[in-house]
Design a protein around this ligand. Structure first.
Ligand SMILES: Cc1cc2nc3c(=O)[nH]c(=O)nc-3n(C[C@H](O)[C@H](O)[C@H](O)COP(=O)(O)OP(=O)(O)OC[C@H]3O[C@@H](n4cnc5c(N)ncnc54)[C@H](O)[C@@H]3O)c2cc1C
Length: 434
C-alpha cells in the first residue's frame, strides 16, 4: 500500500517506521530541512516510553530536574520531588527528530525534506492523496502529522465528522527562549525549575528553568492571545525576580502553539488519519505530547500492518486502541483544567499554600508514584477544605464531571458504525458545550 505522511513530527515518523517495516511504500513530506526538524530546545519525555517502544535515549539527553509551582501572588512554592530514576528525559528535539527519521529510513521509508504539502486531493468523501509543488500524488492513505493547526484537517468534508479547529481556550500560545546567565549573579539554590501559575493574574503560566547547559530557559504561555508586549513585560518580571537571567538569547526565541484539550473524537476518515498534535494528543495541563504521539504512531502502524488494509474500518481500530490505552484519562484532566482556569487567584493560592494539595497529590494526578492517602491525610484535607468550601466543592464537582466524561469516552464504539460513532461523539462534545 502507498502511504503519505504529511510532516516529520514524532507520531508521523514512528508510524512511517512501523509501516515501512510492514512492507508498505511510505513517503514523508517535511517542509523543514534535514537536521532542523522540530524545536531548537529540549523537551521532557516520559522515561518509560523508550523501553516500551525500543527507542534509544539520545546521548545528549539528561534527566530533568525537580519542579516547583508558585500560586498567584505567593512566595511559598509547592516542591515536587521525584526519584532520579523516575524522572523524565530532557531530549534535544533536533537530535531526536533526526534519530526517528533515520530509523524510518532504515526501515525503508523515504523522507522528502524541504517539501511542503499544499493541499489534500479530496474526491467525494474520501482523501485520495496530496498536492505537492503543483504535482498530484495519489496514495491509499494520508497520515496528517502537520501539527495542531493542520490546514489539511480543516479542509476535510463535513461528512467525515472530524472537528476542524480547536477553540481559543483549547490552545496554549507560548514563547520560549534560552537566555545566557548574567555574570556575577549567584546561582539559584531551590528554584531550579519554577512554574508560576496564573502570573500577574494572566490566564496561563510562566516558567524559569536553570538548565544544566548553563542557560536560563524561559517560557511564557497564555491561553488566548499572547502579545509581543505581554512577552516583554513577562520576561522583565521574571528578570526582576531572577536577576541571573541575561539579555542574550542563546537558542530558542520563538513562538509556538500547544493543544490543551481532549483528543479529536474522530481522527479517521476514508483515506485520512490524524496523529500527534493534529489529533490533539497532548494531555491538557500535563503535556506528554511526545510520548502520546510515539505510542499513537506505533498503534497506527501495527493496526494497518495486522489488517493489511487502510480502510476506514481498520483506521477506526487505531482510534479505539488509542482511546482505550491512552486518551480516556485526557477527558478527566480537561474537565479539571477548565475548572482551574476560571478559579479565583486567592483560591489557587490557598490550596497550594495551605497544604491542601500536596506533592503526592500532584504525582498521582500526573501518573507518577504518589504515596497512598491515609485517614490522617483525609482528615487534614477536610479540615482545610472547610475554609474554602464553595471552591473545594466546585473542584470536587469538576472531578466528578471529569470521571463521568472519562467513562463516556471509554464507551467508544469498538466497530466502525457511522451512526453509533456520531452519537458517541455528540455525547462527549456536549460536555464541552459543542
Ligand atoms: C514550547 C513547547 C514545549 C513543549 N514541551 C513538551 C514536553 O516537555 N513534553 C512533551 O511530551 N511535549 C511537549 N510539547 C508538545 C510536543 O512538541 C508535541 O506534542 C509533539 O511534538 C508532537 O507533535 P507532532 O508529532 O504532532 O508533530 P509536530 O512536532 O507538531 O511536527 C509537525 C511537523 O509537520 C511539519 N509540517 C507542517 N505543515 C507542513 C506541510 N504543509 N508540509 C510539510 N510539512 C509540514 C512541520 O514542519 C513539523 O515538522 C511542547 C510543545 C511546545 C510548543
Amino acid at each position: 500500500m502507498k502511504i503519505i505522511v504529511i510532516g516529520a513530527g514524532i507520531g508521523g515518523l514512528q508510524s512511517a517506521k512501523v509501516l515501512a517495516e510492514g512492507g508498505n511504500e511510505v513517503v514523508v513530506y517535511e517542509r523543514s530541512s534535514q537536521g532542523k526538524i522540530s524545536y531548537d530546545w529540549r523537551d521532557d519525555v516520559e522515561y518509560t516510553v523508550f523501553d516500551e517502544l525500543n527507542i534509544p535515549i539520545p546521548s545528549d539527553s539528561h534527566r530533568v530536574q525537580n519542579v516547583s509551582f508558585l500560586a498567584p501572588n505567593s512566595d511559598k512554592p509547592l516542591f515536587i520531588y521525584q526519584d532520579e530514576d523516575k524522572m523524565e528525559w530532557g531530549v534535544y528535539r533536533h537530535t531526536f527528530g533526526d534519530m526517528l527519521a533515520r530509523r524510518a529510513i532504515e526501515a525503508g521509508a523515504e523522507i522528502k525534506y524541504e517539501t511542503s504539502v499544499d493541499s489534500l486531493i479530496i474526491e467525494g468523501d474520501s482523501v485520495k492523496g496530496v498536492n505537492v509543488a503543483q504535482e498530484q500524488i495519489f496514495a491509499d492513505l494520508v497520515i496528517d502529522c502537520s501539527g495542531m493547526d493542520s490546514k489539511f484537517r480543516a479542509s476535510l468534508p463535513e461528512s467525515m465528522g472530524i472537528e476542524k479547529q480547536a477553540n481559543w481556550d483549547e490552545a496554549f500560545n507560548v514563547y520560549r527562549a534560552h537566555f545566557n546567565k548574567r555574570e556575577g549573579e549567584p546561582e539559584p539554590e531551590k528554584y531550579r525549575r519554577l512554574v508560576y501559575l496564573k502570573p500577574e493574574g494572566a490566564l496561563g503560566i510562566s516558567w524559569v528553568v536553570c538548565e544544566p547547559d548553563g542557560t536560563e530557559n524561559i517560557l511564557i504561555g497564555r491561553i488566548g492571545e499572547l502579545t509581543d508586549e505581554e512577552i516583554d513585560e513577562s520576561i522583565a518580571k521574571l528578570r526582576e525576580a531572577h536577576p541571573i537571567i541575561g539579555d542574550d538569547i542563546v537558542y530558542g526565541g520563538r513562538r509556538a502553539r500547544i493543544p490543551i484539550r481532549y483528543p479529536l473524537t474522530k481522527m479517521v476518515g476514508n483515506g485520512y488519519v490524524a496523529i500527534g498534535d493534529s489529533a490533539f494528543m497532548t494531555i491538557p495541563l500535563i503535556g506528554s505530547g511526545i510520548a502520546a504521539s510515539l505510542r499513537a504512531g506505533q498503534i497506527l502502524g501495527d493496526t494497518i500492518n495486522a489488517d493489511g488494509s487502510t480502510k476506514v474500518e481498520t483506521l477506526w481500530k487505531y482510534q479505539v486502541k488509542y482511546y482505550q490505552d491512552i486518551a480516556k484519562e485526557h477527558f478527566l484532566v480537561d474537565c479539571m483544567k477548565r475548572k482551574i482556569l476560571v478559579a479565583d487567584n486567592d483560591d489557587i493560592k490557598y490550596v497550594i499554600e495551605s497544604g491542601f494539595i500536596t506533592e503526592d497529590d500532584i504525582k498521582m494526578l500526573t501518573g507518577g508514584e504518589g504515596g497512598k492517602m491515609t485517614a490522617k491525610d483525609i482528615c487534614k484535607k477536610l479540615r482545610l477544605a472547610v475554609k474554602k468550601l464553595p471552591f473545594i466543592l466546585s473542584v470536587v464537582g469538576a472531578l466528578l464531571k471529569g470521571v463521568g466524561t472519562m467513562n463516556k469516552a471509554k464507551k467508544i464504539p469498538t466497530v466502525y458504525d457511522e451512526k453509533k460513532i456520531a452519537k458517541w461523539q455528540a455525547k462527549l462534545q456536549k460536555v464541552f458545550g459543542k
